[in-house]
Each structure stands twice: as structure tokens, then as C-alpha cells.
Design a protein around this ligand. Structure first.
Ligand SMILES: [Zn+2]
Length: 507
């Protein structure tokens, strides 16, 4: 008598660990002790669960209550253990059949009035519980659709502690859980049809999508950099169900999933402002660690407009996800990991005064040194990973008046992108890479050699000191993507020449 166990989940990043929550009641002066590496918010559960139980008209045992969270080595953060703690105590006190929550994982914060409040990260928590063999979860009602995304798990959605206890006692029926609505797959967001002119920019976008190449767009304000960047997700293939679940799990931890439509079917787009903090860009925060824009853009596009205006340290922090495809945030007791594999699009003005693209515009007074310094903020390790660098011309009067709408819709371009990606996938079968943009350094030319005749333009540029060894590898990666887009077995001289053009501008 006086002992009950339920389960819950401790999250670090999107990784969850199933935690056993044990309540023991013994005859002594009334007190509540929580043991097992709780953080401040978990310790405060003491007061919340007692008030919640009393306000739910449940009998709170006036004895010594000890709550243990095991394994004790796993860090427990946040208020998401409230519901499990309250249920364990009430079961130990005999408020409902002792085994009515056996094997079930409970997630949720309690309000003082007994309401079960939303917590972030329900989806990755339920995924972790399911992976550990848990077949039944109890979640806040507002997160029911999110939890229901996980197959083969029975979801009990509750609005209050009182409702949960009434269901366990058989006094009420559980509320039915609506199946999550799948987003319309045809909705590609803004369409390329709306972009006037900028044939070069559109081509670079297509190449970036086909090869997974990062992209730098240089051009004066109003030339359409943001318009182009926003249209990149619309020409990427839709996410597979497992990719969608992976992306939704990250968004769940950020509290960014819509309640009724938690399915993510399209690659996400994130455009943090240049004043963004380190935590906003790569993740962090106190208590429960939140993902940043880099992770929220996972399997989609991260767009940094006015990139040279970002804090240097914040830009440098992008090196880790660009290298490893994930972000690691270390804390005293735990390391949170968030996936962060995105296509990076950087946009910048050509010079500090932003008028420098138009060579005829003599109003630009920026010295060559000032220009160099401005773009130097992007140089080095970050720019080194950007295969495509494009100088966009100002939109001309002819483009605007001539109705030269270049005609292609996002779905037409997306069809070519899909074919090109399929060709690359077949070539790279049996390697860790899927796209040309994934292949590091000289590997491409070692494994899939290109005839010297085709490489001649690259060597010519290198001989003139206009192309570094790294630049050659980047250009070759792009040339392979151009070949994939054209359905050729490998790059020809024309592909190499176009690839060289697509890295003009800087670097
Ligand atoms: Zn200028």
C-alpha cells in the first residue's frame, strides 16, 4: 500500500528518455520530496500538483510523500512531469485502481486550478516513448493531434487532472481523439511565376534545389533577392512521411506546430532577422532547450537577408550545422541535439551603401577597401561552403514593362529538380551522399573522373590565379548538378563554363 509507478519522458533536444515516476506514501508529518535530478521547475511541481489535486476535488494524502524520478542520472527539466507526478501520488493514495496507468506515459503541466496545460515537445516525447515500447500515452488535450501522429500508440487526451481521474475510475468516457489533418501537398507557397526577369537568379535557384547547394545572392535592394529565396522551398521535393515527422518533432519542441494540422509536408523556410541572437539562430535558452532557426529550417531553407549585418559570432555558429547537419547545445547535465540540415541562402548588398551593382550609378562612393571589408564578414569558413554565388542585376525597365515573365511555374521547375535529384541519388548509391552539394572536396573527381578536356576551363582559371583548389571542387560539384538537370551522364564543357559563371561575384 502507498506505492504507485507511472512513466513520463525527459527530453534533451529531440531525443527523449522514458522516465519512471514513483510515488511512495508513508505515515509521517505531511511533506513532499522529489528526488532524481529534478531542475527548479520540476521541484516546484510539489506545490503545483498539490494545489491542482485539491482544486480537482481529489483527496491529497496528508502524509509523507516521496516522488522519485528514475533513472536519476537523466536530467529532468521543465514542468512537463506535473501530470505524471500528480497521477502517481493519487494512485498511491488509492484514488483510482492501482494498475490503471501501468505502462502508460504521462505528459503535461498542471495549472493550480487542475487544468492540464500544453507543453512543448509532445511529439518527440511520444516518439521516444513508442520507441521504448510504450503503447499508451496521456497528453494535454490541445496536443492530441500531435501525439496521434505516432502510429500504434493509444492516445488519451485530457483537459484536467479531475477528468483523468474520472476516466480512470470509470466515471467518464475518454474523449475521442481526432486524426491529424494532412496538409495539402499541392500548396507550394509563393510561385516562381511571380518573379519578373532575373533569369540568372531563377536558374541559380533551380541548381541550388537540384544539387543541395548553398547560395549567395548579391544585388541592390529591390532586385528580388527575398522573392527568389522565398520560392526555393516550392521547387524542392515534398518531405517524405518520415522526414515530415522528423521536422514536426523539432517544431514541436519550439511550440511551433499548429494544433489541428501538425503534419509538415513542405520543406520549411526560416528567415531570421539580422539582429537575431545566437539562441535564436542555433538554439539555446534556459530550462528546456529550444531549437533555433537553423533547426527549424531542417530539410528546408535558411535565409539570411543582409547577411553581413549579422553578428560575426552568430554567423560563425552556423559552421557546426553546415559541417555536421546538427546543432549540439551542451549543458551541465545533458547535451541537447537538434538536426539542422538546410539549404543556406545568403543575401547581401554589393557594398555598404547598397548602390554598387549598377556600374553606371556614380552615386556609390564606397571605396574598394570598404567594399572588401563589407563582404569579408561573410568570407572564410562560411562562404567556403557556398557553391553558388550570383551577382543579380537591378531589375531593368524592360523587364518590368516587357512582360517578360519568363513563364515557368514552380511546379515545372520542381519536376526537373526531382529528375535531377533522382539521377544523383542513383549515382551516389552506396555512398553517404545523396546530392552533389553533399560531396566533400576532391571526392567527386576521384570517384567519378571527368575527361581532362572538360576540365580545361577550370585549369585555365586556376592558372590565372582566379580559382583556388577549393573553388575548383565547388565548381565541379555545380557542373555535376547541371549535368543531372540536363539528364547527361556527366558534365560537358558547357556545364563547366556555366558552373564558373554561377560562382562569379565574390570569392
Ligand atoms: Zn556603395
Amino acid at each position: 500500500m502507498g506505492l504507485a509507478r507511472v512513466l513520463s519522458v525527459a527530453l534533451a533536444g529531440v531525443q527523449g528518455t522514458v522516465v519512471e515516476v514513483e510515488a511512495h506514501i508513508s505515515p509521517a508529518l505531511p511533506s513532499v520530496t522529489i528526488v532524481g535530478l529534478p531542475d527548479a521547475a520540476v521541484s516546484e511541481a510539489r506545490d503545483r500538483v498539490r494545489a491542482a489535486a485539491l482544486n480537482s476535488r481529489e483527496d491529497w494524502p496528508m502524509q509523507r510523500i516521496t516522488v522519485g524520478l528514475y533513472p536519476a542520472t537523466v536530467r529532468k527539466a521543465g514542468s512537463g512531469f506535473d501530470l505524471a507526478i500528480a497521477a502517481a501520488v493519487l494512485l498511491a493514495a488509492g484514488a483510482a485502481p492501482a494498475h490503471s496507468l501501468d505502462g502508460a506515459a504521462l505528459l503535461g503541466e498542471l495549472g493550480l486550478d487542475g487544468r492540464v496545460r500544453r507543453i512543448n515537445g509532445v511529439l518527440p516525447a511520444v516518439l521516444a516513448a513508442s520507441a521504448a515500447g510504450v503503447k499508451r500515452v496521456v497528453v494535454p488535450h490541445v496536443t492530441a493531434a500531435e501525439a496521434a501522429l505516432v502510429p500504434e500508440v493509444e492516445v488519451l487526451a485530457v483537459r484536467s487532472l479531475g477528468q483523468l481521474m474520472a476516466v480512470l475510475r470509470g466515471e467518464e468516457l475518454a474523449e475521442p481523439v481526432a486524426q491529424p489533418i494532412v496538409d495539402d501537398d499541392d500548396d507550394r507557397g509563393p510561385d516562381l511565376l511571380d518573379v519578373i526577369g532575373q533569369a540568372g537568379g531563377r536558374r541559380a535557384l533551380e541548381v541550388a534545389a537540384a544539387g543541395g547547394h548553398h547560395l549567395l545572392l548579391l544585388g541592390s535592394p529591390g532586385c528580388g533577392k527575398t522573392m527568389l529565396a522565398e520560392r526555393l522551398p516550392g521547387i524542392l521535393p515534398p518531405l517524405s512521411p518520415s522526414e515530415g515527422l522528423e521536422v514536426a518533432a523539432i517544431h514541436s519542441v519550439a511550440g511551433a506546430l499548429p494544433a489541428h494540422c501538425p503534419v509538415v509536408a513542405r520543406p520549411p523556410f526560416r528567415a531570421p532577422h539580422h539582429s537575431a541572437s545566437m539562441a535564436a539562430l542555433v538554439g539555446g535558452g534556459s530550462g528546456v532547450i529550444r531549437p533555433g532557426a537553423a533547426s527549424l529550417a531542417h530539410r528546408g531553407v535558411l535565409f539570411l537577408d543582409e547577411a553581413p549585418e549579422f553578428h560575426r559570432g552568430v554567423l560563425d555558429a552556423l559552421r557546426q550545422p553546415l559541417e555536421s547537419g546538427q546543432v549540439e547545445i551542451a549543458r551541465a547535465q545533458a547535451t541537447a541535439r537538434f538536426p539542422a540540415r538546410f539549404t543556406l541562402v545568403l543575401a547581401a548588398n554589393p557594398c555598404p551603401c547598397a548602390r554598387g551593382t549598377d556600374m553606371a550609378d556614380l552615386s556609390c562612393q564606397c571605396t574598394p577597401l570598404a567594399r572588401q571589408r563589407y563582404l569579408a564578414k561573410l568570407s572564410g569558413p562560411l562562404l567556403d561552403r557556398v557553391d553558388l554565388r550570383l551577382l543579380l542585376p537591378p531589375v531593368s525597365r524592360a523587364d518590368l514593362l516587357g512582360g517578360e515573365r519568363a513563364g515557368e511555374s514552380s511546379s515545372d521547375v520542381a519536376a526537373r529538380v526531382r529528375k535531377a535529384r533522382e539521377q544523383a541519388r542513383q549515382r551516389f548509391a552506396g555512398t553517404p551522399w545523396r546530392l552533389c552539394g553533399d560531396v566533400p572536396g576532391p571526392e567527386l573527381n576521384v570517384r567519378w573522373p571527368v575527361p581532362p578536356r572538360v576540365l580545361a576551363p577550370l585549369h585555365r582559371e586556376a592558372d590565372r590565379g582566379r580559382l583556388t583548389a577549393r573553388g575548383m571542387h565547388r565548381t565541379l560539384r555545380v557542373a555535376w548538378t547541371l549535368a543531372d538537370l540536363a539528364g547527361r551522364d556527366g558534365p560537358d564543357v558547357g556545364d563547366v563554363a556555366e558552373a564558373l559563371q554561377l560562382r562569379a561575384g565574390v570569392g
